[in-house]
Design a protein around this ligand. Structure first.
Ligand code: ADP
Ligand code: RBF
Ligand code: MG
Length: 200
């Protein structure tokens, strides 16, 4: 029997003790959906240290239902759009590096950047880095050619993959994020999950 989309019967490489069961279609409290939120800068560690960039969104712009979620890793779809803006704005991070807010002016329709795209979401306090406040960060499963700080993103959350964990090494964190990505791709590619692209 071909039956590949439950978390209890997945390829061995996806199996982990921490995996939560994921149903064949979203079940309450999912789907949850946001309005368009700003993409803001974080600590700049996602791409620089992990090779996994994450678009950070301000938690104040999210509905209470999303702010009430347990810390952990979720998946869904995201829609990014550029906003009209004059000059790019340059911000200096605490460590002196600069971030350029280009408001998404290099997003390219030809590169499918403006499509509804699959994503994994970390709702966390990032214990690996010793933060003590909550962040919401989306890693979009797509190869953007430029960054897009200051653009807007609207997303939905369709399932919960695992709780947030603390890690002793960067490699263990990266390894788990890569498993999260495979699980998300697996579910998001199925018709019951695909149908929620229409929400965005
Ligand atoms: P920061 O800590 O400032 O969020 P990151 O290293 O996490 O820094 O990089 C995030 C930025 O990278 C995003 O705001 C976005 O502009 C860009 N980016 C490029 N590719 C992606 C992607 N696939 N998913 C999310 N953000 C991406
Ligand atoms: N950080 C943690 O400390 N623990 C985690 O379990 C964790 N899971 C993540 C899962 C995904 C899918 C992503 C994109 C990030 C995760 N991170 C986790 C957050 C990571 O530490 C964060 O992206 C970096 O701190 C860069 O901002
Ligand atoms: Mg980030």
């Amino acid at each position: 029997m071909i039956h590949r989309n439950t978390n209890t019967d997945m390829a061995d490489s996806f199996k982990r003790d921490v995996n939560l069961p994921i149903p064949e279609e979203p079940r309450p409290p999912f789907p949850l959906v946001t309005n368009y939120c700003d993409i803001v800068s974080g600590f700049g560690r996602g791409s620089a240290e992990l090779g996994i960039p994450t678009a950070n969104v301000p938690i104040e712009q999210l509905p209470k239902s999303i702010n009430d979620l347990d810390l952990g890793v979720y998946f869904g779809f995201a829609h990014i759009k550029a906003i009209d803006h004059g000059e790019p704005l340059v911000e200096t991070r605490q460590d002196g590096r600069t971030v350029v807010y280009n408001y998404g002016q290099y997003l390219s329709e030809a590169n499918s950047d403006l499509d509804v795209l699959p994503m994994v979401l970390s709702v966390g306090k990032n214990p690996f880095y010793g933060n003590d406040f909550k962040t919401m960060e989306l890693h979009v499963l797509h190869d953007f050619k430029n960054d897009f700080y200051g653009a807007k993103v609207k997303f939905n959350i369709l399932g919960h993959i695992r709780p947030e964990l603390n890690y002793t090494t960067k490699e263990a964190l990266i390894n788990d994020i890569n498993i999260d990505i495979k699980i998300a791709q697996n579910f998001l590619s199925t018709p019951p999950y695909q149908s929620f692209k229409r929400q965005l």
